[in-house]
Design a protein around this ligand. Structure first.
Ligand code: PLP
Length: 410
């Protein structure tokens, strides 16, 4: 199955792009839906014909997205992406709950969340008196349920919100959310999940999951960057981050980006339509990549869950540590050979610090710094895998020599 976008729709270079978890190429369906809207005028809040037309596009998009994520249309709150959705969920729920009961100061999360979630929590702790409790993970990045249970049972009335991601962006581990939801329900604590990496890849159903809030981002599943949603249960009312026109259920203000929303919906639809077939293809490429990297670099370490089924690990994720290498050096050496991948998460790439996810999994700082993430997607082909395999051996050798030289000079 070759799903490369046609040249009509894309100007992708002939690179082996293995960074779909950072952002995946836009689906032709999304590009077409957006292009159709770019030529039209209309503020979806205006009452005249142009406004009503724009509103229809927004509401049809909302319905389509809702139908694919197991939510009611009224539960889709459009945002500017995963970062805003995460901020709205944790800040908004913390503010609302602690305002109604000053006892509710605690937030429970995991040690492997994305910075879009962790940094708002740091802010809440520093500026708003929140007490953030982080549960650890095991060596495969699975959240320690026993610890979560203990933390909550100790002081259940003190928790304003629980937020634990559905699938990890670095190592792809899928979390045991059902157990966490059960626990949250037992004590009546609202629970949010960051499903930014999961929606589009896993069969995510908001109602079935039973969470109160769930973050989604369009550009991770073939839509444009800068738009996403917070799926928000009907009775859940976070305090808004943005005040203004109250366009989205009064919890989010700002004129809606109609083309982006149409593109988002088209991408969610396209991703849902070929999900099973695509995942089988992507997972088989990923398995082939993992096996052949281990053939070429036998001491490479595969990070994340060792069970490669969708229940435990995202089908597109392969994550390695290459002992004796600096991940950044490896990344640049591979890039020079046309292979594009990532060290840690793209959002923190460029800053030479070990991934907090790998450290939480028990890796040493040097192992964590020697890591690379290869993430595949709907345009991935066998040629992409072959490109990694022909480049990785010499790149690891050179990166090891460079590291050894630095140690000698130290
Ligand atoms: N959450 C996770 C798990 C992510 O992987 C990302 C992006 O990398 C985000 C949140 C942020 O999403 P966005 O880029 O739409 O702001």
């Amino acid at each position: 199955m070759d799903m490369k976008p046609s040249s009509k729709h894309s100007s992708l270079p002939l690179q082996a792009y293995l960074d779909h978890a950072a952002t995946t190429p836009m689906r032709p369906e999304a590009i077409a839906a957006m292009s159709e809207q770019f030529g039209s005028v209309g503020n979806a809040s205006s009452l005249h014909g142009a406004g009503r037309r724009a509103r229809r596009v927004v509401e049809e998009s909302r319905e389509l997205i809702a139908s694919h994520v197991g939510a009611a249309p009224s539960e889709i709150v459009f945002t500017a992406g995963g970062t805003e959705s995460d901020n709205l969920a944790v800040k908004g729920l913390f503010w609302a709950r602690s305002a109604s009961d000053p006892q509710q100061k605690k937030i429970l999360t995991s040690s492997i969340e994305h910075h879009a979630l962790l940094d708002p929590l740091v802010w809440l702790a520093q500026e708003a008196g929140a007490v953030v409790v982080q549960a650890g993970v095991d060596a495969q990045a699975r959240v320690d349920l026993e610890q979560v249970t203990e933390f909550i049972a100790l002081d259940p009335q003190a928790f304003a919100v629980i937020s634990i991601m559905l699938a990890n962006n670095e190592v792809g581990t899928v979390q045991p959310l059902a157990e966490l939801v059960e626990l949250a329900n037992k004590y009546g604590i609202p629970i949010h999940t960051d499903a930014v990496q999961a929606v589009g890849q896993l069969d995510v159903d908001f109602a079935e999951l039973g969470v109160d809030a769930m973050s989604i981002s369009a550009h991770k599943l073939g839509g444009p960057a800068g738009v996403g949603a917070l799926v928000l249960g009907r009775n859940i009312e976070p305090t808004p981050l943005l005040h203004g026109g109250g366009q989205e259920r009064n919890v989010r203000s700002g004129t809606l980006d109609v083309p982006a929303i149409a593109g988002f919906a088209a991408a969610v639809d396209a991703a849902a339509m070929d999900r099973v077939e695509r995942n089988a293809h992507v997972a088989s490429l990923r398995d082939n990549l993992v096996k052949r990297i281990l053939d070429v670099v036998p001491d490479a370490i595969v990070n994340g869950d060792q069970q490669f089924s969708e229940q435990y690990r995202l089908p597109n994720n392969a994550h390695f540590s290459f002992p004796g290498c600096e991940g950044d050096a490896l990344l640049m050496l591979l890039d020079a050979k046309g292979v594009e991948c990532s060290t840690g998460s793209a959002c923190s790439a460029g800053i030479a610090q070990p991934s907090h996810v790998l450290l939480a999994m028990g890796a040493t700082s040097s192992t964590a710094r020697s890591s690379l993430r290869f993430s595949l997607g709907w345009t991935s082909t066998q040629a992409d895998v072959d490109a990694v395999i022909s480049a990785i051996g010499p790149a690891v050798e050179r990166a090891r020599m460079a590291s050894a030289t630095l140690v000698d000079q130290a």
